[in-house]
Design a protein around this ligand. Sequence first.
Ligand code: SIN
Length: 320
Amino acid sequence: MSKLSLAVDVAGLRLRNPVMNAAGVLGMSPPILKRVYDSGAGGVVTKSVGPVPRTGHQNPTLVRVSCGALNAMGLPNPGADYYVEEIKALKEMGVPTVASFFGGSVQEFADVARKLTEAGADALELNASCPNVADEMGMLAADAGNLERVTAAVKNETRLPVFVKLSPNVTNIKTVAKAAEWGGADAITAVNTLMGIAIDVNFRRPVLTNTTGGLSGPAVKPVALRCVWEVSQAVEIPVIGCGGIATWTDAVEYLLAGASAVEVGTAVMTHGFEVYGEIVEGLGAYMAENGFSRVEEVVGLAHDAGRDTQSKVDRCSIRV
Ligand code: SIN
C-alpha cells in the first residue's frame, strides 16, 4: 500500500492537507492567519476584501446563539489596494493563501480579482454570498445569471483558481453552482452562513444592529452538508465544504459527502487555534485505520452508499 498522504490539489491549489480556515472569522491580518497555518491548516483564507475601504455595520455585529454564532459584520475591510501588502506578507511567510473578495458590480469584482492576483495570492474565493449587505448590493448567489457573468469576468482577469462561495439561502443551490461552473469557476465553496435573527427580550429588539445576521457553527452543519452533497452531484469541479466543522469526524463527513477540502471557521472561537491541528491529526488517523492512502479516495464515498440504498428502495417499491 502506498504511503499515507494528506496533501491535496484543489483545482490547482496544492495544500499539505485539506483543512483551511473559513473566510472572515479571523480577519485578515497576516500574523493571525500565519497562526492558523502554524496550528496545522493546509492553507488560509483571508476575510473578504473589496474595491474600497469599508467600515461595515455598527456594533453589535456578533452574538453567540445556541449551537453557533450570528454575525452581521457588513464586509468591513481596508480595500484591495491596502490588502496587496498583506498578501505579499503572507506569501513571504510561506503560507498558501486564498484571497476572499467581493465587489458591488461586475467590473469591481474583476478589478479586485486582478489586484489580488498581482499581489501574489495562490487562489481566489469569490464571495457571492454575504447575507449582510443584501440591501446595498444584493446577494449574487441568489441570481444564477449574474453569478455566471461575474465569474466569467473574474476568470478573464486571473490565471489563479477561482473558488465561488455559495449561499445556503437559495431555493436551488444546484442551479447556482452550475451557473458558477458555466462562468468558469474552478471550484465551489459550499456554503456561507444561514440567515437568522436573535432578539433581546429585555430591550425587546433584535440584538444585531443589522437585524439579521448569518448563522454559523454546529447548528448549520446538516444544512451545509446537504448543500455539499447536492452541489457535488451537480458540478464536475471540486467542492470545498464549509459550515459547522469542529472535529475530524465533521471533516470526514464533508469528504464523504463530496468535498475535496474543508474550511473551519466558528470552531476557532470555541476550540481555539488547536482545532486545525486536531482535525488534521484525526483525519490522518481515520485514513490510516480505514486503509486510505490519499484524501481523494475518501471524497464522495457516501454517494455510493446512497445509490445502493436508493436502488434497494426502488426494488422495494417495484415489489409493492
Ligand atoms: C460579513 O462581513 O458581514 C460576513 C461576510 C460573509 O458572510 O460573507
